[in-house]
Write a protein that binds this ligand. Sequence first.
Ligand SMILES: O=C([C@H](O)CO)[C@H](O)[C@H](O)COP(=O)(O)O
Length: 207
Amino acid sequence: MKLQFAMDTLTTQAALELAAAAAPHVDILELGTPLIKSAGLSAVTAVKSAHPDKIVFADLKTMDAGELEAEIAFAAGADLVSVLGSAGDSTILGAVKAAKKHGKGIVVDLIGVADKPARAKEVVALGVEFVEMHAGLDEQAEEGFTFSTLLRDGEASGVPFSVAGGITASTIAAVQQSGARVAVAGGAIYGAPDVGVAAATLRAAIV
Ligand SMILES: O=C([C@H](O)CO)[C@H](O)[C@H](O)COP(=O)(O)O
């Protein structure tokens, strides 16, 4: 299972500092949606330039103009781009077209999708790399949120999937046991007193 670090910060400089600390321990460096909205795609270019050996994920959460938005992110240096599963198939197909042109990949984020397993099957048939079983920051704070639902949906989907939604050192083993290809951790790393130690601890929990 790969480890993805979601850098939900707001400046390119902060992202470069987070990436430098965590890079030895993670496989994928994600530029979070707030970062891209705040700093722009130049942040993608900066992170990829600093870490050419890492998979760089631009968490665009594209909802429309799939080919155009994916194109500009790949041109900026991204290796993976996210499109929302609640977007139309034409948006996802457009992003996949851009990905194929660049030899890169699309990840479909199932945040907010009611029947995640069903949509997962649909979008993998459209040519995406994998889907993300995802509970966003606001959903995590809602009463009644249960992390285990993400794992259950991933297992039920029968397609390649990642999991994102408040993953910590105490839950990452269950993510691996669910069959996830990628575990995504944001706050558990960037919110820790020592980013490198936090990333290394999560890595050590992956067997
Ligand atoms: O995608 C995310 C969220 O929508 C904010 O952009 C986070 O990167 C994702 O949830 C992983 O972060 P944590 O939940 O803090 O692990």
